[in-house]
Structure formats: C-alpha cells, structure tokens
Design a protein around this ligand. Structure first.
Ligand SMILES: Cc1ncc(COP(=O)(O)O)c(C=O)c1O
Length: 358
C-alpha cells in the first residue's frame, strides 16, 4: 500500500524533487553548483519577502534558532521567550542554557500570546531580545506576529522569530513587518527533505552581531554571509537538499506567494470543518488564531489518538502525527502544508470518514 505522510513536516516529496535527489554527486565549489546556490539564495529572499540576506545552514531548524541566538545575544542579556507549546518551550530552555537572563512568558497550550501581554512584560525592564514562535506546530496556534513585532520594536528589543511552519505557508513579509531574524526549514513549506535551514537576518540583527561574543564558526552569520555573496555555502552543505529546495522554490515562484497562502488556508479550513463534523473537537476553536500548516484535534468518542492513527496507517497507509508536548497522548495532528495539497487532504479526510462512520 502506498504511504501518504500527513504529519506537519517533513512533507511528501514531489516527483521533481525525488529526481533532484538522485542527481549525480557534485562538488559544492563547482561553477554548476554556484548557479544553483545563486538561484536558491535569491529565491529565498523572495519567499521571506526581504532584501536582507537569507543565510542557508546545513542543519535542522533547532540549530538555526541556536545560531540566531549566539550571533545576536550574549550571556547575561535579558531575553524574553514566549512559550505556548512544545516547540516554543524549547527556546526558553535554550536561552537559559546559553546563560541569558531569561524570562519565559507562558500562555496555556492552544492559546496565542497577544501584543498587549508582550507589551506589558516588555514594560518591566529593558529586554535585549524576544524569541517568538509565529506558528506553534504542537498546538496549531498562530500568533498575531505583526502586532507583536510592533511592540517589540517600540521597546527597542530584537525579534528572533521561529517561523518554521509559517514562512512559505502563511503571510510573513519580513521587511514590511520589521522582523529582525526569521527562521525556516527545508522540510516544511519548502517541500524538500530535511537538511537545510534558512535564516533571514535584518539590519538590527547585523548590528547586534557586531557585539556578539560567541557566534562560533560553523554558524557564524558573517562567515556565511560573506560566502553567500560569492554564491557559495561556507562549508560542505547538504548538496542534494539544495537541489531539492531549488526545484521547490521554482515551483513556489510559479505558483506565487499569495496563491500559496490561499491554498494553505483553504485546506486548513476544510480540515477543520470536516474534523468537527466527524465529532473531533478542535484544540483551537477560534479560527483566527490557527496556523495554516497543521490542525490539532481530539479523537471522537470511542477512539484514542493512538487507535485512530494506527487504524489510519494500517488500513489506508496514511500517517498522521501524534500530539506533541503535554498534548502527546490526547490529540492527533494532520499536516496540510507544502505537498500536502487538496488531493492529499481529501484522501485523508475520506479515510477518516470511512473509519469514523463505521
Ligand atoms: C515551530 C517549530 N519550531 C521548531 C521546530 C524544530 O525543527 P527541527 O526538528 O528541524 O529542529 C519545529 C519542527 O517541527 C517546529 O514545528
């Protein structure tokens, strides 16, 4: 039975991406590879809606968030970390490990921070940076990033935005909204295998970099930027993930950003509506606060998250995700990002209908 991966990243791979993955090995210093890099670096600026460099690292996204912190913050700096679920909670712990004077502002799972809450916290002391998770993939919550960025800027703090399941999926015009660091990953909206992560770095973040004491070498912003101006990665990259991202970005450019956002929103609304109709309670009842990449729901009566996911996989070959963090055993998650389009979403919903109507 063919498998359909409906977790919120990694996403299934298109035929074009699979072909890109099986190209012969290449030197990452060759002229041929430079052409690919140039195209990818420039297309990423398009996707991030920025004139600033988007640095490409061979890493998971967690590595990129750590890189962003090390390149813009120093031990002892006051850093505010917004926590509303499994992924955003990680950043607060990371800040503590890196020796920052860390404050974690927590709202319950399923809720989004408001700009007013952030503003009130920022009024208490001068913060150097605020770590914001735009789309919390564990709960399917999307915060009002534009409004939060506004209060962060007014407070004179730097913004580090985990947009792993929003950039290339939901509107996030980096320059227009004034985000300082924006982080994405190849395996999410960019429809490629894991391996590359993208870090848009704005002017205020470059200023902060100048005072960074421990930016390191492997993830050093300036080293990476300098190489990228010469159409190269600084160190050996995940060469074939770069091929895949190149192919995906070309497909994304052909589709257009606003069409991409509309498609994700359409599929999100369909999943929410049909899951509700099937008796699955949605974790986030208010659609206004929901991300476009994933929907989190409780199984209907008579099912658990485990039995539902197992039946979906065994009988239909469809893999949904379990809950994450505190929601692990209670919820299940359906991804609808990147290559998980209308056809895949319809197939998944039809399978769920069959299972739950039995
Ligand atoms: C919002 C968010 N942040 C961070 C991560 C971590 O990404 P990675 O596993 O690539 O480190 C994920 C992964 O799903 C995510 O959804």
């Amino acid at each position: 039975m063919p498998r359909l991966l409906m977790v919120p990243g990694p996403t299934p791979l298109s035929q074009a991406v699979k072909e890109a993955q099986s190209r012969p090995a290449v030197s990452h210093r060759s002229a041929e590879y430079k052409v690919i890099c140039r195209r990818v670096f420039s297309a990423l600026q398009w996707a991030f809606q920025t004139k600033n460099p988007v640095l490409v690292y061979t890493s998971n996204a967690t590595g990129a968030v750590e890189a962003a912190m090390r390149n813009t913050c120093n031990p002892g700096d006051a850093v505010l970390s917004l926590n509303n679920g499994f992924f955003s909670e990680r950043w607060g712990r990371m800040c503590q490990q890196l020796g920052y004077d860390t404050t974690v502002l927590t709202v319950p799972e399923g809720q989004a921070h408001t700009a007013e809450q952030v503003k009130a916290e920022l009024a208490k002391k001068q913060y150097h940076a605020v770590v914001i998770t735009h789309s919390e993939t564990a709960t399917g919550v999307l915060c009002d990033l534009q409004a939060i960025l506004q209060v962060v800027q007014e407070a004179g703090a730097l913004s580090i935005v985990d947009s792993v399941t929003s950039v290339g999926i939901s509107p996030l015009p980096m320059d227009e909204w004034g985000a300082d660091v924006v982080i994405g990953a190849s395996q999410k909206g960019f429809m490629s295998p894991p391996g590359l992560t993208f870090v848009g770095v704005g002017p205020r973040a470059w200023k902060a970099f100048e005072r960074a004491q421990y930016p390191g070498v492997a993830f050093n912003f300036e080293i990476c930027r300098e190489f990228q101006t010469r159409d190269m990665p600084p160190f050996t990259p995940a060469t074939h993930t770069m091929f895949a991202v190149d192919v995906s970005l070309q497909a994304m450019q052909a589709e257009g950003l606003s069409a991409i956002h509309t498609r994700h929103r359409r599929n999100k609304l369909k999943v929410r509506e049909q899951l509700s109709a099937m008796g699955c309670e949605l974790l986030v009842p208010d659609v206004a606060n929901t991300c476009d990449a994933v929907t989190v729901a409780y199984p209907p009566q008579g099912w658990t998250s485990i039995t539902l996911r197992e039946a979906l996989l065994e009988e239909f070959g469809i893999e949904a995700a379990n809950g994450a963090g505190g929601l692990m055993d209670h919820t299940f998650r359906i991804g609808h990002l990147g290559t998980q389009r209308d056809e895949e979403v319809n197939q998944t919903l039809a399978a769920l209908h069959q299972l739950l109507n039995r």
